[in-house]
Design a protein around this ligand. Structure first.
Ligand code: ZN
Length: 142
């Protein structure tokens, strides 16, 4: 199996079975973002307990890249300290914009999205959930 096929499999798995795909109630931290170029639409809610990200729930109506990125992100950041989540947001969005590479170990399933940075039109699809998380954390005041 080619490496690209493997990445494709990971993306499709998250697309077909998105993790943390729901809305938290009360949804006072709801962040709503749209990507008009692709038609992606996501709603993200988050909950923080102390200094940790306790829950992230995402409802994504969009392309495979956006949905998979949201799913992988939620899986990755739940349980992390807020600082850790925020620094992952920064590393991942920087990587997508041609910034420094991030190790496979840090990325986990997100390695499958690394190639997206070569497709400028799709970069927004991959980064939108991360910007939504950033806004949610800001809204939560952490
Ligand atoms: Zn998209």
């Amino acid at each position: 199996m080619e490496l690209d096929d493997l990445y494709q499999e990971i993306i499709l798995d998250h697309y077909k079975h998105p993790r943390h795909h729901r809305t938290l109630t009360p949804a006072e931290t709801l962040v709503d973002e749209e990507n008009p170029t692709c038609g992606d639409h996501i709603k993200l809610t988050a909950r923080v307990e102390g200094v940790r990200v306790a829950e992230v729930a995402v409802e994504c109506q969009g392309c495979a890249i956006c949905t998979a990125s949201a799913s992988m992100m939620a899986e990755k950041v739940v349980g992390l300290p807020v600082d850790g989540a925020r620094s992952l947001v920064q590393s991942f969005t920087a990587l997508m914009r041609g910034g420094p590479d991030v190790s496979d170990e840090v990325l986990g399933d997100l390695v499958s999205l690394r190639g997206v940075r070569h497709y400028p039109l799709r970069v927004k699809c991959a980064t939108m959930p991360w910007h939504a998380l950033e806004s949610a954390l800001k809204k939560l005041g952490v």
